[in-house]
Design a protein around this ligand. Structure first.
Ligand SMILES: Cc1ncc(COP(=O)(O)O)c(C=O)c1O
Length: 390
């Protein structure tokens, strides 16, 4: 059975959705950790943008409305309010805006604590703040790749301004215990950033229970859209005290006033927006997020969890070294496996039209459109390439 974009039934995952994603006609796609598969609906959204531009020229009001529709969709996915969401062009933009609001060089707290599992952009932005007087402290994981909360506990103190603990590691698939880390940080007066790019869309990310002050991500991966669009959640109670100095006219309290005489940021998280919104990407983002919302994150999470368990059990039978935790509560949609030569392994799987990726380890990512046969196919392909597994 296939479904069209108009009647995606809630809770329907796997085979019933494949018709919406043409790549599955010829490829076993297991790379949503890099880029979600293209759907008919997202393709049509781009066409709609181009058609409107062609027919009516600059559709400013409609474009601004689309950006607000996207903001509201991000808010629903995170169970936040729209006023707590900035629409960004990337995680990098959002994180840079956050740190620009922290007064390291003006007598504020100077420490940034980061996990070793942060995406490079977060680590690099943290270290860039050394130029402004900040000091970066790295929290190292155990040999099995997990980072016990006690490590954060030891690193966070009254000098700490910000703690960065990604929700799901892009390198190993480990999930941090963000709620526990956030509790410790809050007790000591530090803020917490949870980069949730490898989680949102595939597993439930409820900002209330996560407890982080900032949650960021984007649409490229499990939100099924394209590059150039992201979100930044900022906990409502913090908004008035955070003044980003990395800013732009869409962050102003009244963008249409065109006022160049002062800095008057918006009272909501829009103060973390920047310049002209990435309109084409927003069309795609609204379409991709709609698919996720219609199916429902709870159904996706349960599906992905089951597929990941099947994959890990198969890998165990092969005698492979699985880096990702076995406990479903400690992982997300990404399963990572050690390889003796991961670039060769990814390229060799691609020859059989099995798309995976590598970041130190082989990465196999599962999402709503994957099925048992995808898992079995990659397992069979890995069995035939056993010499490339460590
Ligand atoms: C965890 C994580 N954070 C951030 C990014 C990307 O950041 P940006 O949107 O700045 O390119 C990625 C992947 O591209 C990622 O996996």
């Amino acid at each position: 059975m296939t479904t069209t974009h108009d009647d995606t039934p809630t809770g329907t995952v796997g085979a019933a959705l494949r018709g919406e994603f043409p790549i599955f006609e010829h490829t076993t796609y297991l790379n949503s950790c890099s880029q979600g598969a293209l759907s008919h609906r997202v393709r049509r959204a781009y066409e709609e943008y181009l058609d409107g531009w062609d027919e009516r020229g600059a559709e400013w009001e409609h474009w601004v409305e689309r950006a607000e529709t996207m903001r509201a969709a991000f808010a629903r996915l995170l169970r936040a309010t729209s006023d707590e969401i900035a629409v960004t062009t990337s995680v990098s933009q959002g994180v840079s805006a956050i740190v620009s609001a922290l007064p390291f060089e003006r007598g504020g707290r100077t420490r940034i604590v980061i996990s070793e599992h942060e995406f490079p952009t977060v680590g690099q932005i943290a270290h860039a703040q050394e130029l402004r007087g900040a000091e970066v402290v790295h929290v190292t994981p155990d040999p099995d790749g997990s980072t016990p909360v006690e490590r954060f506990d030891a690193a966070i103190d009254e000098r700490t301004a910000l703690v960065c603990c990604t929700t799901v590691s892009y390198r190993t698939g480990h999930r941090h215990d963000v709620p526990a880390i956030a509790r410790i940080a809050r007790e000591r007066g530090a803020l917490v950033l949870a980069d949730s790019y490898q989680a949102v869309g595939a597993i439930d990310v409820d900002v209330g229970s996560l407890g982080a002050d900032f949650v960021t991500g984007g649409t490229v991966k499990y939100l099924l859209a394209s590059a150039g669009l992201g979100f930044l959640y900022v906990r409502g109670e913090l908004l008035q005290q955070l003044l980003p100095t990395q800013t732009g006219w869409f962050a102003d309290e009244d963008i249409f006033q065109m006022d160049i005489s002062d800095y008057s940021p918006h009272s909501t998280a829009r103060r973390f927006d920047a310049g002209t919104p990435p309109v084409p990407n927003i069309y795609a983002g609204v379409a991709g997020a709609a698919i996720i919302e219609e199916v429902g994150v709870a159904a996706i999470e349960a599906h992905v969890r089951r597929l990941a368990t099947r994959l890990i059990e198969g890998l165990d039978e092969l005698g492979a070294t699985v880096v990702t935790p076995r406990d479903p509560a400690r992982r997300g949609p990404l399963v990572c496996v050690r390889s003796t030569d991961v670039s060769t392994l990814v390229a060799s799987l691609a020859e059989d039209r099995i798309v995976t990726s590598s970041r130190d380890n082989l990465r196999v990512a599962l999402h709503l459109y994957n099925v048992d046969e995808d898992v079995d196919r990659v397992l069979a392909a890995l069995a035939a390439r056993r010499h490339l597994l460590a």
